[in-house]
Design a protein around this ligand. Structure first.
Ligand code: SF4
Length: 236
């Protein structure tokens, strides 16, 4: 089994607790307007790394001392586009007691995705919007699976960190943020809510790929705006 991997980061500090080895998988079925990794979208594009779960694990284990306070994170793109690979890799990690985090948009909710969760310690669930009508406009996909995914995580008592990008003129709206906070308040498995300020650092990637950048006129979220957004949530 070969995994298509977009990139590797051996010293990640923002994708889960502690210092982590982060694996960015190739391919994503979403097309978020504010995505800063459009270079991960195309599953058929040439991946930087093509590895078996064992090969990846052998790479990770070299950093064992660095990541002992953290662990590994599978991110993307959408790691659940390659669920068999994710399951095998996490299984190897769990055998060596390495903490596993899955960074997903929850857009793929299948039996195979559920199988990956058996070896997942923490889910970093991206919620793009809590508004059913806006979800498809913002991401190209309906919100259905994202909701089912979180409901299932609650059912199996899986720890979750929520991640939400705050974008001026899109998700940075009092009503929308309050609706999201209200929706999330019913899930006791949520340990943390991370609001991520929108930035334009991924813009050059669109230019390189020859894709029109959809949020041309949108500015970075300021620190004050982020504070305002955070005031609607109980954050840990
Ligand atoms: S889910 Fe993530 S990788 Fe996929 S389009 Fe959205 S922001 Fe980009």
């Amino acid at each position: 089994m070969i995994g298509k991997i977009h990139s590797l980061e051996s010293f990640g500090t923002v994708d889960g607790p502690g210092i982590r080895y982060v694996v960015f998988m190739q391919g994503c079925p979403m097309r978020c307007l504010f995505c800063h990794n459009p270079d991960t979208w195309d599953f058929n594009a040439k991946a930087k790394y093509e590895m078996t779960p064992d090969e990846l694990f052998n790479e990770v284990i070299r950093y064992r001392n660095f990541i002992k306070s953290g662990g590994v994170t599978l991110s993307g793109g959408e790691p659940l586009m390659q669920p068999g690979f994710a399951e095998e890799f996490f299984k190897l990690c769990k055998r060596k007691n390495i903490h596993t985090a899955l960074d997903t948009s929850g857009v793929i909710f299948s039996q195979k995705a559920v199988d990956v969760l058996k070896y997942t310690d923490l889910v970093l669930l991206d919620i793009k919007t809590a508004d059913d009508n806006l979800h498809e406009k913002y991401t190209g996909q309906t919100r259905e699976n994202n909701k089912k995914f979180l409901e299932f995580l609650q059912e199996i008592s899986k720890p979750v960190w929520i991640r939400h990008v705050v974008v001026p003129g899109y998700t940075f709206e009092e009503n929308r943020l309050k609706a999201l906070a209200e929706y999330l308040s019913q899930f006791s498995v949520i340990e943390k809510i991370e609001l991520l300020p929108y930035h334009t650092m991924g813009k050059f990637k669109y230019e390189n790929l020859g894709i029109d950048y959809p949020l041309k006129d949108v500015k970075d979220l300021t620190a004050d705006e982020l504070k305002t957004a955070e005031s609607f949530f109980i954050l840990q």
